[in-house]
Ligand binder design. Structure first.
Ligand code: IPT
Length: 960
């Protein structure tokens, strides 16, 4: 039965969703019907084209002797050490000519083969049938069982089932699956992610006993005025529904109303139930909640909610989008532990087990359809499949497969039509079908700002100013949109260092009812583990077109370590506000939850002097209801200490273990300074003394007489001390290529701030100071910074005062402003400092908690996948390393690294950074804000580091 015709692969370029598959239905794990996982090792053969091999492999008796092996679920390009091709990363460009529905002749095609036996206890043929389920295959599959073709399908992140009962044998079943990387479906799957072909989700054989449940729809609403829930389970096959915890036992289709505890993301109460039909028992996890658009607001259980969300792609640095349950659980736990309450499943329905976890732990979900046609923007959206009736069946098929699969999850509150697909009749058809099928949820789509088909006005990356205007209802827009609530389905682009400015967004969201929060872009960096590069990104596999590290823009690193961005977000969205009123000795505690009271938290209070806590007290806070505040008296008198730099800190901690966090887990905190610090003073009592070998001595420091630069300070060798204005530009400094002339990373480099020349004008010795006069400026420019270093000493300490006066016409802010110097590499392994803990920049400093910290030098480096400026510590009063103490007046930004800023700037991957023989220290008076311009607005004006006359100083002494 071998043949080879071009006709045999016509289905690949067919716009239809496929043929042979069963209608979509709810996804569930039966209690008693047997199932057989077909995950594991499969035989595998790769062809360069869709018709490279005939289909004889699907027949019985075929011997795949020369075939390789792959693991299912998996992507073949991530297996076989490069023998099976490579991943491709593009943001929105199709990696093939745009000529829908045609795809390239070179169409990597993976034949997969698996022989399996039925377990001994598998029911016999007359006891019902069986279906074969594929939970996800990219992008088009053709399936045979025991030589019989079952059909073919597209819709990569959607389930497809085939009836196979008649074909099964007790032993030696041959399952053959041909997977094409490119198909007409690829035009609908232009999400910003790696193109990764393969059978990447589970393959399962499910026994379907006679009288099995089939499809069912759990309707479980909640009436907040009565406290009652109403349950009705509609089922294709009649049966009974029981919920023991509620004494419910009713027929399918029958409605029952009883008092219940409602489900919410904060209080995810699920009732265990069961659907029993003649042939099957199906476990149910029922959450009662009502989602409604009311008074122009998204309300759940009668209450407007605020999304504190994130966009989640499925990602694992080695498995790609083939995630195991533990990885999914890790995502949910990390989200819950960082105060997130919502997920948008950008930009496709996730593995269904992820939604089980959202039900269980409590997260609001925007379930998004597997649809994006972004690449058509290159041609002004001409030929866009969502506006072409020929594609509508495929769109409806995708909508139905999502809704039917996921309809029984209480966590899903919105259906999203897809992402970045322009506008068109196909979207309207999807929305109409969804609204008709499920009136218990709302519909989202960002791409149509007139909201023709949607129940919410959604935008991405709108500026603070615009969001504020929308909040005030001053955004204009057509009739319907004006009535709708607003969310940012994407904002705060977490690429590299950042996002900046999210605290400012949160303030705006909370100030206007119409603004119901947002979703940070995005959850995880899609870096691919790579033997030489650490983590690979676009271009690292030699792709013809790619978008570099735009694919590494998550709040967690590829290995799921939280980045400083996630820590910042956790603080910004904390569900309890703790603010002090120093004058009247009270702390104001506000419950910012939508549903929960504060009885699950306990509050701990402490003062700290010079950054060290003086003992903890319990703060008794009433169990405030959502929205309520209380003024609580401080439980202890301000400690005497040395009189200065005293703060109090209040922490809200879990009072007992919860499903997602252990007792003592910190949920929120607040801190206030009670007694401000007084800066150290140094009497300029010493005279600089010229000595031998052109050295000048001033107190505990020596200087090179020609350059005026220190050579030792307090006995430690010091090199290269000078003004530093450069930082290795962040992704947010560099901005996105399509943005305008405010991309300061680009402008700074153009001006030459990375190659400043330091002209020495004078080294002056006076009775009380050594003064070094310089001008710091880039070649070819008229702008410059007149910089004076003034050194004074009282004999044991030496003080550096830096005065900077800009000259010329400065049109850009400065990246940073401070001094840098080198110490011997072995001078220090760690630094003790009093200042803000964790990385911080002017607009990413909400989570920076004052205290004494002792990080290792290595821990001061934040491993952004593409190296860039990182690791600054804010509000540093003093720092000690290698026996040297530095005190700042005023407080300063501290950084230390084992390479220069220039080396950091040049590095493309973490593996390009190797420690040298110098430890480089930056003591900065200022840093420019971070913003979100890698895909969004830059820093707000208040976070600009303006070039203006500035003076700051540091006092150096020996520690101890
Ligand atoms: C927006 C996309 O929706 C998202 O998938 C991702 O690409 C993000 O940007 C950037 O990382 S589209 C944007 C160009 C407005």
């Amino acid at each position: 039965m071998s043949f080879r015709t071009t006709a045999s692969v016509d289905y690949v370029e067919d716009v239809s969703p496929g043929r042979g598959a069963l209608p979509p239905r709810a996804w569930y794990a039966s209690s008693d019907a047997k199932s057989l996982s077909l995950n594991g090792s499969w035989r595998f053969r790769l062809s360069a084209t869709a018709d490279g091999e005939d289909d004889s492999f699907a027949g019985e008796g075929y011997d795949p002797v020369a075939w390789a092996e792959v693991t299912v679920p998996g992507h073949w390009v991530l297996q076989g050490d490069g023998a099976f091709g490579s991943p491709i990363y593009t943001n929105h460009l199709y990696p093939f000519p745009v000529d829908p529905p045609h795809v390239p002749t070179e169409n990597p095609t993976g034949d997969h083969l698996r022989v399996f036996d039925l377990p001994d206890d598998w029911p016999t043929e007359d006891d019902g049938g069986a279906v074969l389920r594929f939970d996800g295959v990219e992008s088009c599959a053709r399936v045979w069982l025991n030589g019989t073709e079952l059909g073919e399908f597209k819709g990569s992140r959607l389930p497809h089932e085939f009836a196979v009962g008649q074909l099964l044998k007790p032993a030696g079943n041959v399952l053959a699956v041909r997977v094409h990387q490119w198909s007409a479906g690829s035009y609908l799957e232009d999400q910003d992610q790696w193109w990764l072909p393969g059978i990447f989700r589970d393959v399962t054989l499910l026994h379907r006993p006679a009288g099995a449940a089939g499809d069912f729809f759990v309707h479980a609403s909640y009436d907040h005025t009565t406290g009652e829930g109403t349950l009705r389970v509609d089922s294709d096959v009649d049966g009974r529904v029981s919920v023991p915890g509620l004494d419910i036992d009713v027929a399918t289709g029958e409605q029952v109303t009883v008092a219940v505890e409602p489900w919410s993301a904060e209080t995810p109460k699920l009732y265990d139930g069961e659907l029993v039909t003649a042939g099957e028992r199906v476990p149910l996890r029922i959450g009662f909640r009502t989602v409604a658009l009311e008074d122009g607001l998204i309300k759940v259980n009668g209450k407007a909610i605020l999304f504190k969300g994130v966009n989640r792609h499925e990602w694992h640095p080695e498995q790609g989008r083939a995630l195991d349950l533990e990885t999914m659980r890790e995502d949910v736990l990390l989200m819950k532990r960082h105060n997130l309450n919502a997920v948008r499943t950008s930009h496709y329905p996730p593995h269904p087990a992820f939604l089980d976890l959202c039900d269980e732990y409590g997260l609001w979900v925007i379930d998004e359809c597997d649809l994006e046609t972004h690449g058509f923007t290159e041609q002004g959206w001409r030929d866009n499949p969502v506006d072409d009736d020929r594609w509508t069946p495929a769109l409806l098929d995708r909508a139905a497969r999502m809704v039917e699969r996921d309809k029984n999850h209480p966590s899903v509150v919105f259906w999203s039509l897809g992402n970045e697909a322009g506008t068109g009749r196909g979207l309207t058809a999807m929305a109409e079908w969804i609204h008709g099928r499920d009136s218990s949820r709302l519909v989202h789509y960002e791409g149509d700002w007139n909201c023709r088909d949607t129940d919410v006005y959604s935008r991405m990356y709108a500026s603070h100013e615009e969001v504020e205007r929308i909040g005030q209802g001053l955004d204009g827009g057509a009739g319907k949109r004006r009535e709708l609530p607003f969310i940012q389905c994407e904002y705060g682009h977490a690429m590299g260092n950042g996002p900046g400015g999210i605290a400012d967004y949160q303030r705006i969201f909370e100030a206007h009812d119409r603004l119901q929060g947002g979703f940070i872009w995005e959850w995880i960096d899609h870096g691919i583990k790579h033997p030489e590069l650490g983590y690979a990104y676009g271009g690292d596999f030699g792709e013809e077109l790619h978008d570099g590290n735009f694919v590494c823009d998550g709040l967690i690193f590829p290995d799921r370590t939280p980045s400083p961005g996630l820590v910042e977000y956790k603080k910004v969205i904390e569900p309890v506000r703790i603010e002090g009123d120093v004058a009247d000795g009270t702390v104001r505690v506000t419950n910012a939850y939508d549903f929960a009271d504060l009885s699950h938290l306990e509050f701990e209070f402490s003062y700290q002097v010079d950054g060290l806590p003086t003992g903890a007290h319990t703060l008794t806070v009433p169990p405030l209801a959502p929205g309520e505040s209380a003024e609580v008296k401080l439980p202890a008198a301000v400690p005497d200490g040395n009189g200065d730099d005293v703060q109090w800190t209040v922490r809200a901690l879990l009072a007992a273990d919860t499903a997602w966090g252990s007792m003592g887990h910190e949920v929120a905190w607040g801190q206030e300074t009670v007694t401000p610090r007084t800066a150290v003073t140094v009497a300029a009592s010493q005279r600089p003394v010229p000595g031998e070998r052109l050295l000048i001595t001033l107190g505990p420091a020596t200087f090179d007489a020609r350059s005026g630069r220190p050579t030792t300070i307090c006995g430690l060798d010091v090199t290269g001390l000078r003004l530093d204005v450069w930082r290795a530009t962040t992704d947010n400094d560099d901005g996105a290529s399509w943005q305008d002339d405010t991309r300061y990373g680009v402008l700074w480099r153009k001006l030459g701030l990375h190659r400043m020349q330091h002209r020495l004008d004078a080294v002056e010795l006076a009775d009380d100071a050594l003064t070094v006069r310089t001008r710091v400026a880039p070649a070819a420019a008229e702008v410059g910074l007149r910089t004076v270093y003034r050194w004074t000493s009282d004999g044991t300490r030496v003080k550096l005062t830096v005065s900077v006066t800009p000259e010329g016409h400065w049109t850009v802010p400065l990246p940073r402003l401070g001094v840098r110097f080198g110490l011997p590499a072995d001078a220090a392994q760690e630094v003790l400092y009093f200042g803000g803990g964790g990385e911080a920049y002017p607009d990413t400093r909400a989570a920076s908690m004052l205290g004494q910290w002792l990080p290792s030098i290595d821990a001061l480096h934040t491993p952004y996948v593409r190296p860039q400026e990182n690791g600054a510590r804010a509000d540093v009063r003093w720092a000690e390393l290698g026996g040297l103490r530095v005190e700042g007046d005023p407080e300063f930004w501290f950084s230390a690294r084992r390479w220069t800023n220039e080396q950091l700037d040049a590095a493309r991957h973490l593996t390009d950074l190797t420690p040298g023989d110098t430890l480089w220290i930056n003591l900065d008076h200022g840093q420019h804000g971070i913003g979100s311009q890698s895909c969004g607005p830059g820093p707000l004006p208040q976070y600009f580091l303006k070039a203006e006359p500035t003076e700051f100083s540091f006092v150096f002494s020996t520690t101890g």
